[in-house]
Design a protein around this ligand. Structure first.
Ligand SMILES: [Zn+2]
Length: 385
């Protein structure tokens, strides 16, 4: 059975509207106060504007490596979604707790806070570090500042568990993702004189068709990883805009595309392939009409993938806590890849709730999942206390 203390903390955390565009400072102050009531100091790492913060705190001896529990405090917007309940007032009904962030991922943080007094009473031989971030939902932005600090600490956490909703499955991998914007600069002309202009939309279309060709090749030839639902890397275009009027050769077109890559695929090599096609094939033709025409490609977000060897200690350890022998890989990205690649901390993802309920109207977590999350945390307590 889910404990009342956990439910209480979930309700309190959900009540802070921490949609990524809002400040998370009130929620962070609440967590800081809660911990300081237990005699635990927190370190805050703010964003540049000082409107949001990561919180880092340690239960036990902060000079020992220990185990880091990580979660993000922000949630996705509820705009335009039809909710049957107030998304920021978690309501219990039919064995479920409904509200924005109940699954993704305030319940994990709430369970940690609910059980923190017990960890401390029992005394920790191995410390538990808490890392709670902001701006995860907009490209894992916030945690990067925390990782910059962690990297240089004399003693780093020995392992990390990211409590994103996996229904308590032990997740050892997710794909990496790079997001790009392509700006095509053409040359305007009357469409009756089309060959005297450089049609930005048409060059964008050629590049998008090339990206689609790459996607087809990867799908047909691999490499593959059967643990993923989509077993290969993907290339996808998601946004495009350009042109003013049909009788004008358009001078500008902008589109966004992304690479989602398996660990075995090198995103830099795929990016090089794209840039080579632009430089060797498209731009010479554009320059023949106008030397100023061209295509700029900018990577505006880079989320490294997670690929933890199933033989690593962290995997064995977390499997024991979760009471299972299997592991999985998931389609969604998390901060785990950053902890692993940027801070060199062995990391897995394992937390209560189902990702299928995340980001949607009427998001919920079952009380059963909350109880499973508590069981997990109690087994962790038995290990570290
Ligand atoms: Zn999440």
């Amino acid at each position: 059975m889910a404990q009342p203390q956990s439910l209480d903390f979930i309700k309190k955390l959900v009540a802070f509207d921490t949609t990524s565009r809002e400040s998370n400072l009130e929620l962070i102050a609440f967590i800081q106060d809660t911990l300081s009531g237990l005699g635990v100091d927190s370190t805050l790492v703010h964003n540049q504007e000082g409107t949001k913060a990561n919180l880092y705190a340690t239960l036990g001896d902060r000079d020992k490596p220990g185990i880091m529990l990580s979660g993000h405090t922000d949630v996705v917007p509820v705009d335009g979604q039809a909710w049957d309940t107030d998304p920021f007032q978690a309501a219990e009904k039919d064995g479920k707790l409904w509200g924005r962030g109940t699954a993704d991922m305030k319940s994990f943080i709430a369970i940690v806070l609910a059980l923190a007094p017990e960890f401390l009473e029992r005394g920790l031989k191995t410390p538990i570090h808490l890392a709670f971030s902001y701006d995860e939902e907009v490209g894992c932005i916030g945690v990067r500042r925390l990782i910059d600090k962690l990297k240089d600490m004399p003693v780093k956490p020995a392992m990390c568990i990211v409590g994103e909703p996996t229904s308590m499955q032990v997740v050892t991998g997710h794909k990496g993702k790079r997001s790009y914007a392509a700006n095509v600069r053409g040359l305007e002309a009357h469409s009756a004189l089309a060959p005297q202009g450089v049609n930005a939309i048409e060059y964008a279309a050629e590049l998008i068709a090339h990206l689609k060709g790459m996607a087809r090749r990867i799908e047909a030839e691999g490499p593959y990883d059967e643990l993923y639902e989509v077993t290969h890397s993907t290339v996808h275009t998601g946004v495009i805009s350009g042109g003013v009027q049909l009788n004008i050769v358009p001078k500008a077109c902008r589109f966004e595309f992304e690479l989602r890559t398996l660990a075995i695929d090198d995103p830099k090599a795929l990016e090089r392939e794209i840039r080579d096609f632009v430089a060797d094939t498209l731009e010479p033709r554009m320059h023949a009409v106008s030397p100023e025409a061209g295509i700029d490609i900018e990577c505006f977000n880079d989320m490294p993938g997670l690929e933890t060897d199933p033989g690593e200690d962290v995997v064995t350890f977390v499997k024991a806590l979760a009471g299972r022998n299997d592991h999985a890989k998931v389609a969604f990205g998390t901060e785990a890849g950053l902890f692993q690649t940027r801070a060199d901390i062995p990391t897995v993802v394992c937390g209560p709730g189902d990702i299928a309920q995340a980001h949607k109207a009427n998001e919920f977590i079952t009380l059963e999942q909350i109880a499973k999350g508590e069981d997990f945390m109690r087994r962790l307590m038995d290990e570290v206390c």
